[in-house]
Design a protein around this ligand. Structure first.
Ligand code: SAM
Length: 195
């Protein structure tokens, strides 16, 4: 396959970016809940422009260094605040109703320790915080990886939790490949009610 050709259907991570690119405005405040190697943080920093800001969280020192290096090389470091702490603490760093988009890319850092993966309990705590930080009309994206044991438990709990938001007026959706040999990664999207 030609690497320059867009993948169709898109990967969940690419689809999350396509959707957020439509909704994030210059000057917005947004959150990357799982900075990892910084690809999503860089994408978000480009979306918010020079007057916007990105808060990015990761528990791993490696991830914070990798993200910091990537942002510096791209000339985007001034738009991003990096926190080496759990995303469960994100509410300590932003005002309720002030954030227009929050990205979660669950799982472990590719090429690193697979034990350092996101876990259902902290992910759900962070997602609850995220619902308060988002402004009306704000968007939440979550990429889940049910192909490994912890990921399968986490993905099921996150999906169940997200479904409950529909009763409070959120619009929610799930995007996934069909007919794969192993459970495929999937994207959950939630839009907070209001304008
Ligand atoms: C799939 S990677 C993220 C990839 C990243 N978005 C990128 O674009 O490169 C998942 C990341 O979540 C981080 N993580 C695990 N538990 C976390 C937690 N409680 N809070 C914040 N980050 C966490 C891992 O250290 C790992 O770097």
């Amino acid at each position: 396959m030609n690497p320059d050709e867009p993948q169709v259907p898109p990967r969940p991570t690419a689809l999350a970016r396509t959707l957020l690119h439509e909704v994030i405005q210059h000057g917005d405040t947004v959150i990357d809940a799982t900075a990892g190697n910084g690809h999503d943080t860089q994408f978000l920093a480009e979306c918010v422009g020079p007057d916007g800001s990105v808060l990015a969280f990761d528990i791993q020192e490696n991830a914070i260094h990798a993200t910091s290096d990537r942002l510096r090389e791209a000339g985007l470091a001034s738009r991003v605040r990096l926190y080496q702490t759990s995303h469960a603490h994100m509410a300590a760093h932003a005002e309720p109703g002030s954030v227009s988009a929050i990205m979660f890319n669950l799982g472990y850092l590719p090429g690193d320790d697979h034990q350092l993966t996101t876990e259902a309990a902290t992910t759900l705590a962070a997602l609850n915080a995220a619902t308060s930080l988002l402004k009306p009309g704000g968007t939440l994206t979550i990429v889940c990886y049910p192909g490994h044991a912890e990921g399968a438990t986490e993905a099921a709990e996150v999906e169940t939790w997200l479904t409950t938001l529909a009763t409070s007026g959120w619009r929610i959706a799930r995007y996934a490949l069909l007919g794969t040999a192993r459970p495929a990664p999937f994207l959950l999207v939630a839009r907070k009610s209001g304008t």
